[in-house]
Design a protein around this ligand. Structure first.
Ligand SMILES: [Zn+2]
Length: 420
């Protein structure tokens, strides 16, 4: 191998190892911190959270963190198998021999890779649902629902993914040296379309979404939405209890498709005032333009990503450094896409603290918005119920939370609410 390929192999291995080391250090810190505080409820919560709930949260956090660490270690095996151990190269050669070169072969390579990757992670996902979630009383799924979800997900993924992949592969071959700019345009158009189609077409394939049925509650909610200047048909209740006892609320879509979704599991737990407060928080995400900011950030990051892909896909070291022999007489575009998708997370993992920080900033802003339009005390008590129902720990390791948490830890969030 030439020096450029060898250097790239070395960088790849170094990042893989460094990522695993950082993950292990952070997870160990988190587990030690949570275990050390398992014995007593933090004083700020001593009147609101029972010791049983606190210890359940600690045990759940310990189990999940241990599982997450195991998962990321196990995930390194297929990554090495596909790349340096020659898996992707082998799969590509087999398909080349069977089908010859061309768009169809490249599409088959993508599909086979996704299918095999999905089968590899299947046991882990089964374990997470039917062992971990089950043990803590969160799982409400039957095996047949799990299988039906899997089948539906694969079908929807193929129906959407294959045409997009075919279009991108075609552009890579036909659009000249600036193909990546065109491909980026396609990718962005697809993402914008998904923002509209996900809440209105795709999510309803898996869950039922219904407008509020309680008339009193509906009147309250509509009044709040009007105060905040939001279209009146925007609140939906989702049958989350079909799959899990976890409770949540989220904001999705944009334009005419924008909506706030409450899980039925959450709605059952909250008083009308608390529902108002949570809804105001979600509206805050919209009113403070968090959705728009996220879309703009995604546009910029993926433009950089596609430009990088455009460059590395024409470099021989990118292939040979990752254990793949590029073909001389047929396009290597599918190989480039797959290798890129495998390698990029090794780099972007180290950006997760920045993304988490931005997300926590947005959560604080949405909380502040909710306090403007509703009562901060109601939001605080709703959040406490959410933490309790989801068995979220109240005592995370500070460094772990800085690195990963998309939402501020309970203590920080509630003390800000109290201050306001
Ligand atoms: Zn939020």
């Amino acid at each position: 191998m030439d020096t450029a390929s060898l250097s790239f192999t070395a960088l790849f291995c170094a990042l893989l190892v460094l990522g695993l080391v950082v993950r292990t250090v952070l997870a160990s810190r988190q587990m030690r911190h949570v275990a050390r505080h398992r014995g007593a409820v933090p004083t700020a919560f001593s009147n609101t959270i029972s010791i049983e709930a606190h210890q359940k949260a600690a045990d759940y956090t310990l189990t999940k963190t241990r599982y997450g660490l195991l998962e990321s270690t196990i995930d390194a095996a297929p990554l090495l198998g596909w790349t340096l151990l020659g898996g992707l190269d082998w799969l590509n050669q087999v398909l080349l021999e069977a089908m010859g070169g061309g768009l169809l072969q490249q599409l088959a390579l993508l599909a086979a890779f996704v299918l095999i990757g999905g089968l590899i992670t299947l046991p882990l996902s089964w374990y997470a649902t039917f062992r971990i979630e089950e043990r803590f009383g969160f799982n409400k799924m039957t095996l047949s629902l799990w299988l039906a979800d899997l089948f539906k997900g694969a079908l929807v993924g193929a129906l959407i993914g294959l045409p997009i992949a075919a279009l991108v592969l075609w552009l890579m071959g036909a659009a000249g040296p600036t193909w990546w700019l065109w491909a980026w345009g396609v990718w962005m158009a697809f993402n914008l379309l998904a923002l509209v189609l996900y809440p209105t077409v795709i999510a309803p394939l898996f869950n039922k979404f219904e407008p509020l049925s309680d008339e009193d509650l509906k009147a309250r909610v509509n009044a709040l939405m009007q105060r905040c200047g939001f279209a009146a048909k925007g609140l939906f209740v989702m049958d989350g209890s079909k799959r899990s006892a976890h409770a949540n609320a989220y904001f999705t879509g944009f334009g005419a498709a924008k909506r706030v979704v409450f899980f039925d599991t959450l709605l059952k737990q909250l008083s009308p005032e608390e529902i108002d407060a949570v809804l105001a928080h979600e509206l805050g995400h919209y009113k403070r333009r968090h959705i728009l900011k996220r879309i703009v950030l995604m546009f910029a990051l993926s433009l950089a990503g596609f430009a990088l892909l455009g460059w590395v896909s024409s470099q021989a070291w990118f292939y040979s450094g990752l254990g793949v022999t590029p073909s001389m007489d047929t396009p290597n575009d599918a190989l480039a896409l797959l290798l890129f998708m495998m390698v990029v997370p090794l780099f972007t993992y180290f950006l997760s603290p920045l993304m988490a920080q931005l997300s926590r900033k947005h959560e604080f802003e949405a909380d502040a918005y909710a306090v403007e339009y509703t009562n901060g005390r109601d939001l605080a008590s709703a959040l406490l119920k959410l933490y309790k129902d989801n068995a979220s720990t109240l005592t995370p390791d500070p460094l772990y939370a800085r690195f990963y948490y998309s939402h501020p830890p309970a203590s920080e969030r509630l003390s800000r609410l109290q201050a306001a």
